[in-house]
Ligand binder design. Structure first.
Ligand code: IMP
Ligand code: MG
Length: 178
């Protein structure tokens, strides 16, 4: 059984669509950075499956590291206050850094992460997101490499969760609320 009883999941992107999106992103990254070394910064947990597929398709020398961000604020407060609950172990000064994120929603998380990483003086800093939810943006931020653009809707699968469930699904689904 795929969904819990309360959730209805509708398939949005299947395995093949994800595979070709990942391939296209990796090719663009490989093309943009020639033979330069990259530091790929995966934002946990949602991007772990995405980065594992993506980095296998990138031809550059690559260092991978992980951060975990948690944002505070109640449902009404949109403070955008983000702290790192797990920081990088890699010194990114002078490096070509790409943040690998599952979803850009309001953009608050990525904006905060970008500021934190920029303060460490990387040579360059780009954003790669699997899914961009354009209609939900609260701050101006764009992904440099984007797999899929959707308007809205809550998605799960391929590493992305709803209350920690559904990360193991190999495709991406929309959760339809009754
Ligand atoms: P933002 O700060 O609003 O852009 O938050 C983005 C983060 O919220 C993503 O990294 C996800 O972890 C989570 N998120 C946003 N939309 C969804 C969704 O549709 N499904 C699951 N998690 C989501
Ligand atoms: Mg996330």
């Amino acid at each position: 059984m795929l969904a819990d009883m309360a959730d209805t999941l509708k398939k949005l992107f299947d395995k093949d669509e994800i595979r070709s999106a990942v391939k296209r992103l990796a090719e663009a990254i490989t093309r943009d950075f020639d033979d330069e070394e990259l530091v790929l910064v995966s934002v946990l947990k949602g991007s772990f499956m995405f980065i594992s597929d993506l980095m296998r398709e990138i031809r550059n020398p690559v260092v991978v590291d992980f951060i975990r961000a948690s944002s505070y604020g109640s449902g009404t407060a949109t403070s955008g206050q983000v702290t790192l609950t797990k920081d990088l172990e890699t010194d990114i000064a002078g490096k070509n850094v790409i943040i690998i994120e599952d979803i850009i929603d309001s953009g608050l998380t990525l904006t905060a992460i970008r500021e934190l990483l920029l303060a460490r003086n990387p040579r360059s800093l780009k954003i790669c997101a699997l899914v961009d939810k354009r209609a939900r943006r609260k701050v101006e931020i764009e992904g440099d490499y984007v797999g899929f653009s959707i308007e809205d809707g809550f998605i799960v699968g391929y590493g992305v969760d709803y209350a920690e469930r559904y990360r193991n699904l190999p495709a991406i689904y929309v959760v339809e609320q009754e």
